[in-house]
Design a protein around this ligand. Sequence first.
Ligand SMILES: [Zn+2]
Length: 416
Amino acid sequence: MVKKKKPQIYIIDVTNRDGVQTSRIGLAKLEKTIINLYLNDMGIFQSEFGFPFTKHETNYLNANLKLQATGKELGSIRLEGWCRAMTKDIDLAFKMVPKIKHLNLSVSTSDIMLKGKFGDKKSKDDIINMMTEAVDAAYKKGAKSIGVNAEDASRSDMDYLIKFAKAAKEHGATRIRYCDTLGAEDPMNIYKRLNQLAQETEIAWELHCHNDLGMGVACSVAGAKGVIDAGQDAYINTTINGVGERAGNADLLSVLLALKYSSGFKNENLFPKGINLKKAWTFAQYASYAFDIPIPLNQVGIGSNAFAHESGIHADGALKNRRNYELYDYEELGLGETKVVETGRMITVGEYSGIKGFRNVYGKLAIEFKDDNEAAKILELARYANVHTQKSLTENELYFVARYPEIARLIMTVTP
Ligand SMILES: [Zn+2]
């Protein structure tokens, strides 16, 4: 008899899809690339890295796949694209990003959205047919894994969700995404629903929770537990610093810390395999800079008050034994190292900087160029990178441009 493997939790980060589609915030394609690099460094299972049917994304998407294929970067993270569950999106996606292997296909499943979006033009069975045709088309074009997203699942009828998921599974879908699109769920309810869904459909489920009621993280972990208790793998969708539509998505670090340290999870051994939190702080700082969204003082794990104590009893207690007032160690999140802040003269670089200025900055990063010719080429490209991000380049962006100039060139190329 084959012993069934213990179900596990995986993280699918959706910063580069849900995060960037948020009102008034966005990322340059180079910044999206750096986010993918960080996610891979942290050992995240999958990055929903963009929209393969959207023209201005395709150079960035192709370049990231190309970078991964070199074997030098983006090790084993799955780079997955988001499409509507329509064959025309699939056709376009594979035409523009031919090497894409992982997709999530999305369609609404709630009565309110189906009525609001399709009127009387499509029955609920038509929606299922449209979705399964899209799944078939994607596999035919070479997809290796497909998640099917039930948009507004939390306001969808359970019987319909079960029928929808079973149809997707019959056509080879790898898992179903339960989208709490409006953030209307609560932990107790989502546990029950996901437990029933996973039991009746016998397929893995993804939790995609928004934070409109302040419970995005709580619902994600509770829903995942419901799936695990039904014997299936669970996938949690996160974003860095919780950025996302309206009140945001489930924050990546908060979800990971909850899986590792919350009372109900800490002895369950459900913390995703291979995750390293050492870069949590630098990643959050980078994302904050790239999105231009400050990190709140009380942000979980990495806010500047996350390990601060002032009142007499707390300070005394924390100094005597950190476990008196700290649930986990800041060192684990990459905090506690001394940061050097330069004062005095500073040469910054921008799109109008001269070659000498860039050379000075690269020199400080100990990046050497083969010859003047190579230097001129990289420095010119760094200027373009600045035009592209419209912010002073960070050290990792400067490194990236110097290390992978051809990939960087492709990432930054957008031809209207
Ligand atoms: Zn969303």
